[in-house]
Design a protein around this ligand. Structure first.
Ligand code: MTE
Length: 327
């Protein structure tokens, strides 16, 4: 990650005529495919050329989704194009456009997930079997990168808590560790030692059990594109985006705090907790404000909110902790 201020040129932003109404889309293709009656739908739009419909049940009526504490009127979701063409995914290169250009080569089927460590139900499962017990939900979350840009993204997935409940954790499970795929033949960035591969992340169990922590399989009601972390990624909306590990192949319940990629790479810059915190700068740049991607007023930054605006839901997790020390 660098300190460069990211910019999306107006020419890169998909014109409105490429999009069609999301409600029409939801009640049409997806509902027909799944047989699920859809309740609440957002005003978001999805391009006609977006990815395949999700093969799993998707019940928007179940969604607790909405943005909480929307600070202003500008909190409408970013476009499909912005979300899928401005990415961080070092397995495919270090530029923001590398993932969209190169991640298509990644084979995401078949895919299996290994569950290990302090749980009663461990083993390796096909992704389809792993997901089968859950109804998918839509969550529209703010996404704040530590590089000080942000988006609003309509994810589809399952609460991490539901997964952990089913795994029946032992009393020794204090943390959950995630590991990405290691496949240098399809992930060219892994041939370069820019990071320690595979990419790793982790959460404390009470963080993982918070209802906002989300395992994502879709975007805008469609299958998650490879560049965004298909077929399965994590989203923790009150933390910096790098906690949202992509292409997950392993989940391990541990007694001790697991090592995480960016805190291994730059422990002075990136901590294990990585909570969005406007009061704690990263060495070299401030976290007080952010650039919302797609904001037509490029220089108009907005104030960054404590815990990315989700303080009411998560502040209790850090009571008594010095957030400058545990950053
Ligand atoms: N996961 C893996 N496996 N590899 C990565 O390089 N980058 C992280 C995170 N997850 C990354 C990853 C960073 S730095 C960010 S900001 C987000 O993914 C970006 O997610 P997006 O591309 O969907 O916006």
């Amino acid at each position: 990650m660098t300190t460069r201020v990211p910019r999306i040129a107006p020419s890169e932003i998909t014109p409105p005529q490429v999009y069609f109404n999301r409600r029409a889309f939801l009640t049409g293709a997806l509902a027909a495919a799944t047989g699920v009656a859809l309740g609440r739908a957002t005003a978001a739009v999805v391009p006609a050329a977006a990815g395949a419909p999700l093969p799993y049940t998707f019940d928007a009526a179940e969604s607790v989704g909405a943005l909480v504490h929307a600070p202003d009127q500008n909190e409408k979701p970013n476009t499909w194009y912005q979300i899928t063409h401005f990415n961080n995914y070092y397995e495919f290169g270090t530029s923001k456009t590398d993932p969209a250009e190169r991640a298509g080569r990644l084979q995401t089927r078949p895919w299996s997930i290994t569950i290990a460590g302090e749980a009663e139900h461990t083993g390796t499962f096909a992704l389809e079997d792993f997901l089968k017990p859950y109804a998918l939900e839509e969550r529209i979350y703010r996404f704040r990168c530590v590089e000080a840009w942000s988006m609003v993204i309509p994810w589809v997935g399952i609460p991490l808590r539901a997964v952990l409940d089913r795994l029946k954790l032992t009393s020794r499970a204090k943390y959950v560790a995630f590991e990405s795929l290691y496949r240098p033949s399809e992930m060219p960035g892994q041939n370069v030692p820019i990071l320690e591969w595979p990419y790793r992340e982790g959460l404390r169990i009470d963080e993982a059990m918070n209802p906002l922590a989300f395992m994502v399989v879709g975007l805008y009601g469609r299958v998650l594109p490879n560049q965004n972390g298909a077929p399965l990624r994590l989203i923790v909306p009150w933390k910096y985006g790098f906690k949202g590990i992509k292409a997950i192949v392993r989940i391990t319940l541990t007694e001790t705090q697991p090592p995480t990629t960016w805190s291994l790479a730059r422990p002075d810059y990136y901590g294990f907790y990585a909570n969005v915190n406007p009061n704690v700068p990263t060495p070299g740049w401030s976290q007080e404000s952010e650039l919302r991607i797609g904001n037509p007023f490029f220089h108009q930054r907005q104030k960054t909110l404590m815990f990315n605006g989700y303080a009411r839901e998560v502040a209790h997790l850090y009571k008594g902790m010095n957030l400058r020390e545990y950053f």
